[in-house]
Design a protein around this ligand. Structure first.
Ligand code: C5P
Length: 294
């Protein structure tokens, strides 16, 4: 058994997010295209004698039950009946509470990393089941890449052969509660929902302009109305040459898609003067499954 593992945990954005129905269990059925981007936390897991301990370079990251990585580690250890302990360090680079699945991707990295440290006692299906108990976005973060997700987000169809995306991501200083956004959503009043069929056609044609036209998120009807700062960022990104803009998850992160890296970089240079948390990002390329050392 290895003693330590370092693993990348990439952020997730929703290229489209269509809310299909409210379920009896309080969640919503979605149809959403999820994409990993190359803005990553780094997770180091060390094997210790006993207990689960979580630390981070960012003091705002919770360190016990409220931390999804902690929850994931506890669930996995209980499932396998592990008697030893693990020390987990989260080097946080993904903004918190931004609609980027930062906590979920850390949890996914911990599930994959612990499974590897322990010599693969669990199959992928079981890891995905444990992940869903931690949060709706965790199964996608385990599978990674680009996927069309249904249900709560756990029914995943991986999309291959699509275009490489050049993006500028802006996270305004707003705290948005995902539960509150879903609660305030007026499903019956949605009349211009994302057309995932058209999005997928553009995806497989690698047609960036077509994609940009179909990047849309139903949750914007709540977050953009409540926080006008989000539309200001969208307008600014368009004036800087974005082909399309969209909010990720329940927000508040906003993303602009650009025709190439050079155009994205130019826009980023300008917008980061106004919004401190701005990032020049691309699609995440899965390399060695994100394991940095083994
Ligand atoms: O699963 P997760 O803990 O990330 O979800 C946070 C909240 O977002 C849930 O409590 C629920 O209110 C809402 N949600 C939803 N439908 C989804 C995902 C999340 O209603 N598919």
């Amino acid at each position: 058994m290895m003693d330590q593992i370092k693993i990348e945990a990439p952020a997730k954005i929703n290229l489209t997010l269509k809310v299909v129905a409210k379920r009896l269990d309080g969640y919503h059925d979605l149809e959403t295209v999820m994409q990993q981007i190359d803005l990553c936390d780094e997770i180091i897991i060390e094997s210790v004698d006993e207990g689960i301990e979580v630390n981070s370079n960012n003091s705002e990251v919770p360190v016990a039950e409220a931390n999804l990585a902690f929850k994931a580690a506890r669930l996995l250890c209980e499932r396998i009946g592990v008697t030893r302990g693990f020390r987990i360090f989260i080097d946080k680079k993904i903004p918190l509470g931004a609609g980027l699945a930062g906590g979920s991707t850390d949890a996914a990295a911990v599930l994959r990393g612990l499974n590897q440290i322990l010599d693969f006692p669990l199959d992928l299906q079981t890891l995905l089941e444990l992940g869903l108990q931690v949060g709706s976005d965790v199964p996608f973060c385990i599978v990674g890449g680009t996927a069309l997700a249904r249900g709560r987000g756990e029914i995943l169809e991986s999309l291959s052969l699509g275009p490489h995306l050049e993006l500028v991501l802006v996270n305004p200083p707003l705290q948005i509660s995902t539960a509150e956004v879903y609660h305030d959503l007026k499903l019956a009043e949605l009349n211009d929902q994302p057309d995932n069929g058209a999005f997928l056609e553009a995806w497989y044609r690698c047609d960036i302009i077509g994609l940009a036209a179909h990047m849309k998120n139903d949750l914007e009807t709540v977050s953009v109305v409540k926080y006008p700062g989000i539309s200001e960022i969208k307008d600014r990104l368009v004036s800087l040459g974005a082909l399309g803009t969209f909010m990720s998850g329940s927000g508040p992160s906003v993303i602009g898609i650009f025709g190439n890296r050079q155009m994205a970089s130019k826009a980023w240079q300008t917008i980061k003067e106004v919004y401190q948390e701005s990032f020049l990002v691309s699609s995440y390329i899965k390399d060695k499954g994100g394991i940095i050392n083994a």
